[in-house]
Design a protein around this ligand. Structure first.
Ligand code: HEM
Length: 234
C-alpha cells in the first residue's frame, strides 16, 4: 500500500504532513533477483567482449587469464539465464501489452518532450519498458541456446562444425543487440529521475508514481480489478 515516510527533520514524532508519500514498488527478493541478473550481464559482457576481439583480450586479466575466462563465461551465462527466468516469472504479466501502450508509443515525441498532459495513464510499466522486457527475454533465450551449441566442453560432440559456425554468429549478434538494449534500459532508468530508487530501496515517491505510472498508482490506492491491494510491490 502507499505509505508515508518519516521526515528526517521530524524523525521521532511520527508521520509528518509535509513528508512525501512513499510507494512500495519492489520486494527485497525482487531486487536481489534483479541485481544478481544485472551483475551477471555486466560480467558476461566484459568476459564475452574479451573473447570476441583480440584488441579486448586484455580484459581476460579480470577473470584470471584467457583459459579461465573461456571456462567462466558460459557459467555466468547460466546464472544470467536463471536470474532472468526469475524476473520473467515475476513480471511477465505486468508486461503484457495494453491498449494505452499503443497510444503512449504513438506519442513518443510528447514522452521525450515531457508533455505529460498529452499521455495516457499507464500501468506499472510503460510501452518502452515492456518492449525492453520482451526484447531481453528473446535475446537471453537466443544467447543461452546458441551458447550451448558452442559450449564445447560439455556439448562439443552434439553439434556439427556448420551448426557451431552459425551459432557463433547468432551468439555475437544477439550479444551486441543485448548490450544495446541494456544501455537503453540503464539510460531510461537514469533519465526518468527517481526510478533508480525503485530498484535500490524498493520504493518510489507518490509524485513519481502519479507522473509516470498513474494507472498503477490508482489501482494500488483503489484496489480495482487487475491489481492486488495487499501486495503492491512485486
Ligand atoms: C546494471 C545496470 C542496471 C540498472 C541500473 C537497472 C535499473 C533498473 C531499474 C531502476 C528498474 C526499475 C524500473 C521501474 O520500476 O520502473 C529496473 C527494472 C528491471 N530491470 Fe534493470 N537495471 C540494470 C540491469 C538490468 C539487466 C542486465 C537486466 C536483465 C538482463 C534487467 C532487467 C530488468 C527487468 C526485467 C526489470 C523490470 C521491468 C520490467 O519488467 O519491464 N536490468 N532496472
Amino acid at each position: 500500500m502507499a505509505t508515508t515516510e518519516r521526515s528526517e527533520i521530524g524523525a521521532g514524532d511520527g508521520v509528518h504532513p509535509g513528508d512525501p508519500v512513499i510507494v512500495d514498488r519492489y520486494t527485497t527478493a525482487a531486487r536481489i533477483n534483479h541485481w544478481i541478473t544485472a551483475t551477471s550481464l555486466v560480467l558476461l559482457a566484459i568476459s564475452g567482449l574479451a573473447l570476441f576481439h583480440p584488441s579486448l583480450f586484455f580484459l581476460t586479466g579480470l577473470f584470471g587469464g584467457g583459459t579461465a575466462t573461456r571456462a567462466i563465461h558460459p557459467w555466468i551465462g547460466v546464472i544470467l539465464f536463471f536470474g532472468f527466468l526469475g524476473l520473467f516469472f515475476r513480471f511477465w504479466k505486468l508486461n503484457l501489452w495494453k491498449r494505452e501502450d499503443g497510444t503512449w508509443l504513438a506519442r513518443l515525441r510528447d514522452v521525450l518532450a515531457a508533455h505529460d498532459d498529452k499521455l495516457p495513464e499507464v500501468g506499472k510499466y510503460n510501452a518502452g519498458q515492456k518492449m525492453v522486457f520482451w526484447l531481453m527475454s528473446v535475446l537471453i533465450v537466443t544467447l543461452i541456446s546458441s551458447g550451448i551449441v558452442i559450449w564445447n566442453e560439455y556439448f562439443g560432440t552434439y553439434f556439427s562444425v556448420e551448426q557451431k559456425r552459425v551459432a557463433v554468429l547468432i551468439h555475437a549478434i544477439a550479444a551486441i543487440v543485448m548490450i544495446c538494449v541494456w544501455i537503453v534500459h540503464v539510460y531510461a532508468a537514469i533519465w526518468v529521475r527517481g526510478t533508480i530508487g525503485a530498484m535500490t530501496r524498493g520504493q518510489v515517491t507518490g509524485g513519481w508514481a502519479w507522473r509516470h505510472h498513474r494507472k498503477w498508482l490508482r489501482e494500488l490506492v483503489t484496489g480495482k480489478p487487475g491489481d492486488r491491494p495487499h501486495a503492491p510491490a512485486e
